[in-house]
Design a protein around this ligand. Structure first.
Ligand SMILES: Cc1cc2nc3c(=O)[nH]c(=O)nc-3n(C[C@H](O)[C@H](O)[C@H](O)COP(=O)(O)O)c2cc1C
Length: 388
């Protein structure tokens, strides 16, 4: 049995066990992947200040995100097709998050449906909404999330149109995978995935198939998705969705202070500084570089969260020290899930928790609310000096 000490260990196992098409779907960014790469390498540019002879007893990583208690401020980000990375992936990830005491966010484009996850968990989860042209379908998703007692609606704002990932086109990504000679050859080496998938509750998009008009099977789903994402989404529509939902709203995909200001005006309970893990606008700044300007603009008027590029507890620590109130991991939990199912997601959370706890202590801090920019060494040009 391999000893797992870091997120990269889980990634190596995930890569061996998961069909190529789904590994590539996860481990890619759009176009040249510049933003995807810089999301992680820019975390490395921040350094931590080691402090000594500080009492480290009585430490805690407990905190709150949107008023909810969390064992550490690290939520699971919404990830489409999670149930293709591992059989019943969304249910397993949600259960791991619940046991650990961190929020789980279910994607609109999940394989397990809202109802599937609600039936298999007891802690409320968050639902991520993509806005679609079919307003009736959007309203029905909102109602289903309310019925499932979801405790926040995460509205993703950066995917009105899809950024291109070359590998998905070349691999013919679909759920379930279409059986071609090359996928069959690949699946032959991923037999464990195949056997588990045979008993999975679902193998197609559970929130959509059978719920949205004109979609009865996965075959026409790709075309439907491309047609259905709403290119006319604007702040008025976001305000209307917020009103229809009536509960806590998190706006995901904010990269510029002007948009943060708009998010405040529609009354967001939190915003997420995110470039979608480098999957949308290639050439955008990494999230961690975009974060300080947004924090400076927002002040304490709402909570600022961040995702994109977090692969360790040290990354979480840097984001929190910069001023974020919460963080999300996408790929880091998918690696665990693909490697070892629910146990692997738990392992990913344990790894991140331990790294966060020990690194925080080595910086001389015992609690999340003691973190500040004074534990960081920030390069003078970190945010970049750009011509106006
Ligand atoms: C495979 C994959 C699928 C994703 N699907 C969604 C999605 O359905 N909805 C969404 O809002 N974000 C989606 N995202 C973006 C994540 O929510 C998150 O912003 C991103 O993964 C953070 O970057 P990280 O993977 O470096 O942690 C997806 C990301 C990945 C890697």
């Amino acid at each position: 049995m391999t000893v797992i000490t870091c997120i990269d260990d889980l990634k190596q196992i995930y890569r061996r066990r998961t069909p190529r098409m789904f590994y590539d779907y996860c481990e890619s960014g759009s176009w040249t992947e510049q933003t995807f790469r810089e999301n992680t390498t820019d975390f490395d540019k921040l350094r931590l200040r080691q402090r000594v002879a500080v009492d480290m007893s009585g430490r805690s990583t407990a905190s709150q995100m949107i008023g909810q208690d969390v064992a550490m401020p690290v939520a699971l980000a919404p990830v489409g097709l999670t149930g293709m990375q591992h059989a019943d992936g969304e249910i397993k990830a949600a259960r791991a998050a619940e046991k650990f005491g961190v929020p789980f966010t279910l994607s609109t484009m999940s394989i397990n449906s809202i109802e599937d996850v609600a039936a298999q968990t007891s802690a409320p989860f968050w639902f991520q909404l993509y806005t679609m042209k079919d307003q009736g379908f959007v309203s029905s998703l909102i109602q289903r999330a309310k019925d499932a007692k979801c405790s926040a609606l995460v509205i993703t704002l950066d995917l009105q149109i899809l950024g291109q990932r070359h590998k998905d086109l070349k691999n013919g990504l679909s759920a379930p995978p279409k059986l071609t000679l090359s996928t069959m050859a690949d699946l032959a080496t991923k037999w464990r995935w195949g056997i588990e998938m045979l008993s999975a509750k679902r193998r197609h998009f559970g929130n959509i198939v059978g719920h949205a008009a004109g979609v009865s099977d996965a075959a026409n789903l790709g075309a439907w998705t491309a047609e259905q994402f709403d290119p006319t989404l604007d702040w008025d529509k976001i305000a209307r969705i917020k009103e229809e939902w009536g509960g806590k709203v998190i706006l995901k995909g904010i990269m510029e202070p002007e948009d943060a200001e708009m998010a405040l005006q529609v009354g967001a309970d939190a915003l997420v500084v995110s470039n979608h893990g480098g999957r949308q606008l290639d050439g955008a700044l990494s999230s961690i570089r975009a974060l300080p300007a947004i924090l400076d603009a927002v002040g304490d008027r709402t909570e600022v969260h961040i995702d994109s590029g977090i692969r360790s507890g040290q990354d979480v620590l840097k984001a929190l020290a910069m001023g974020a109130k919460g963080t999300y991991v996408g790929r880091a939990f998918v690696y665990g899930l693909g490697a070892m199912g629910q146990q692997g997601v738990t392992k990913a959370l344990e790894v991140i928790h331990k790294e966060l706890d020990v690194s925080m202590a080595l910086c001389g801090r015992r609690r999340i609310d003691e973190l500040g920019r004074d534990i960081l060494k920030i390069p003078a040009d970190f945010e970049g000096r750009w011509a106006e």
